[in-house]
Design a protein. Structure first.
Length: 398
């Protein structure tokens, strides 16, 4: 026959059970916290975790309000005694309704306890409630953000007198810290997402303005050269298709598109009679025409594009073997954007009508870029261009 436990042993066993209950609640909270998407859900999860094992009869989270009564708003609650909170009015001010652990915890930022609450003077306004629901002990824990601001209070009630010992208190303090960390994480994430959404909105606005200015520049140029009206739009269309075929990042592709839309901007400085001349250009005229990438670069360089637009315009007539202009760059000195525009520019030019010849068509244009690869044109870009036209059915618009 087992010997009866002493009073000390019974107290020790009860303390061990309470500690295990509290640890189980913390573990349950951690498991649920990672799935919460907003603050209300986090408050709900905290209350449910603390009462799910039966350790506490009531758990609730209150938010301090800056109203005339300095009230504590009950935002979440759980447990067998939630009826205790019906129409309750609690304050965090120095007044009769602010004398409970919950009010003191908000004011002081410290953990607050109350035992024997059915006879405790601080609980006089709620004594009948405590008796009705059999509540005897209460602990309130301030919930802080990383800067120390108390943004909530976590209040727990037990049906057992003096239920919150040193061990339980330290575990519950850790629980409140975890709750504060969860709140901080959600608020930081929300602030980041808000800032990100605003940044995206501003970026779209800026991109719209940049594209509008690019379209205006392109339109102004093409009015001077009716034979190449739409040339830059068509080069841009093919350049984007090639970039997508090559797996280029969408944001980088957007910059490529803008560069292609104004790749011949520098021709605005070339006399119209040279642009529309039906015969072969003389040496002076040819040298003047070869300056257009540099002129376009100088026009675009002051604009704060988030992509290398001006650089691509400068390099779109460079060739891998150094035979291009205006700088005679070779190999990797030429950006991918410029290589793509260079190929698209040749395809569009060869396949379209020009003052000095009739349109030669896409087949002739593809044969020309194959002839120039790999010495002058990037073979990867040429292969992607062929796939876009042969396999994907790309066609130039009007």
């Amino acid at each position: 026959m087992p010997l009866p436990m002493s009073h000390e042993d019974e107290e020790l066993l009860l303390q061990l059970e309470r500690s295990n209950w509290t640890l189980a609640a913390i573990n349950a909270f951690h498991a649920m916290m990672i799935r919460t998407a907003d603050e209300q859900a986090l408050y709900n999860v905290a209350c449910e975790a603390l009462t799910s094992k039966g350790a506490f009869a009531l758990a609730w989270v209150g938010l301090p309000r800056q109203d005339a009564e300095s009230s504590l708003e009950v935002r979440a609650c759980a447990g067998t005694s939630v009826g205790y909170l019906e129409d309750i009015q609690i304050s965090w001010a120095e007044c009769e309704r602010g004398g409970t652990p919950s009010g003191r915890a908000v004011r002081t930022g410290q953990v607050q306890f109350a035992d024997h609450i059915q006879s405790n003077r601080d609980f006089r306004p709620w004594r009948a409630r405590a008796i009705q629901f059999g509540l005897h002990s209460n602990v309130a824990l301030p919930v802080r953000l990383v800067d120390g601001e108390v943004v909530a209070v976590l209040s727990l009630y037990s049906n057992v007198p003096a239920a919150f010992g040193t061990t339980e208190a330290s575990l519950l303090v850790r629980f409140a810290e975890d709750l504060g960390y969860g709140l901080q994480t959600l608020r930081t994430r929300a602030a980041y997402e808000t800032a990100l959404a605003e940044t995206r909105k501003q970026t779209r606005n800026i991109e719209g303005l940049l594209e509008g200015s690019v379209q205006a520049l392109g339109a102004a140029l093409e009015k001077r050269d009716p034979y190449t009206a739409g040339h830059q739009q068509r080069v841009a269309s093919l350049s984007v298709a090639i970039a997508q075929e090559m797996g280029m990042d969408p944001d980088r592709t957007q910059g490529l598109r803008l560069a292609a839309l104004v790749h011949d901007l520098g021709k605005i400085q070339v006399p119209s009679e040279i642009l529309v001349k039906p015969g072969r250009l003389n040496e002076f005229e040819w040298k003047m025409l070869q300056e257009h990438p540099s002129v376009g670069f100088e026009i675009l360089r002051p604009v704060g594009y988030p992509w290398p637009v001006a650089q691509a315009v400068l390099q779109h007539h460079e060739r891998l073997d150094g035979s291009g202009y205006p700088q005679g760059l070779k190999g990797d000195q030429i950006s991918t954007e410029a290589r793509i525009i260079g190929v698209a520019d040749i395809v569009e030019s060869v396949s379209s009508h020009r003052p000095y010849r009739a349109a030669l068509g896409l087949d002739h244009a593809l044969a020309e870029i194959r002839r120039l690869a790999p010495l002058q044109l990037d073979p990867l870009v040429v292969a992607a261009c062929e796939r876009v036209i042969r396999d994907r059915g790309f066609q130039f618009g009007p």
